[in-house]
Design a protein around this ligand. Structure first.
Ligand code: 3SL
Length: 262
């Protein structure tokens, strides 16, 4: 397996030629997406364009939908909420589809949407992402950081490094064997330096500081926790992510069913 890191959607090559592509927007879109699916959202449908979100969600049963819109860190008028993972309660999300548009995170997902396998990763679900990669062993994996309006983001890069370190530990491989580009090596170094103080890194990060100015301290804390959620957001159809555990019956279970019906 070779892992490549691209710091922004703009730096990610087109078309996507990877076997598996992963979008990361730790602050906060992919953390929110994983959390929403973890508390029972039926699916999360992502949009870079707010008008398209409004049009598509208008065709959905109002009792079965929620709209999340964020620009510049703040909630978009007309949406049910902004982009805080802390708003994702089971009472709100259970059985509903979350229609979401954010400044950078949903653009990152859109950039890789044509890849055969698309995942959404954050620090909270790093473990689930690593386990999936170990089980499925894609040959080429691209990681696209959301960044901030075309610029590098520390929090996305440290998460890419955390995924790479998790893979090296589980596969017993070296950095040299795993690294597809220089960015991956840089991401691993960043994670190794900050792994015991991820919240401290977020306080240094420009988007962390933007969120602190918006009084989102609790969000930063929640988003900086590692391996706290066993949820894997995976694209089921273009733009629609579901929790992988709800996607298909495990292969073993399916073969038992077909053997019984034969
Ligand atoms: O940039 C994004 O997509 C958002 O995640 C930004 S925010 O954390 O909601 O401000």
């Amino acid at each position: 397996m070779k892992l490549f890191v691209y710091h922004t959607p703009e730096l990610t090559p087109s078309p996507c030629t990877a076997d598996c592509a992963i979008a990361i927007d730790v602050l906060r879109a992919t953390t929110t997406i994983a959390t929403a699916l973890g508390v029972g959202a039926e699916a999360v449908q992502v949009f870079s364009d707010l008008n398209r979100l409004m049009q598509t969600s208008a065709e959905w049963d109002p009792a079965k939908r929620l709209r999340a819109g964020e620009r510049g860190g703040s909630k978009v008028e007309g949406c049910d909420f902004g982009n805080s993972p802390l708003d994702c309660t089971p009472q709100l999300m259970q059985g509903r589809r979350l229609f979401i548009s954010t400044t950078n995170g949903t653009r990152a997902l859109q950039k890789i949407e044509q890849c055969p396998t698309v995942l959404a990763a954050a620090l909270i679900n790093r473990h689930a992402v690593v386990n999936y990669l170990v089980e499925t062993q894609p040959e080429t994996v691209w990681i696209t950081g959301a960044g901030w309006e075309g610029s590098f983001a520390l929090e996305d890069t440290v998460c890419a490094g955390a995924i790479a370190v998790g893979l090296m530990e589980k596969l017993g491989c070296t950095l040299d064997e795993l690294a597809g580009n220089d960015e991956l090596v840089g991401a691993v170094s960043l994670y190794q330096q900050w792994k015991d103080n991820l919240l401290g890194l977020f306080h240094l990060a420009s988007h962390g500081q933007r969120l602190l100015r918006l009084e989102c301290h609790a969000d930063l804390q929640y988003c900086s926790a590692l391996d706290t959620l066993d949820v894997l957001p995976i694209q089921r159809e273009v733009g629609v992510l579901v929790n992988q555990s709800t996607l298909v019956a495990p292969v073993a279970a399916r073969s038992v069913v077909s053997a019984q019906s034969a």
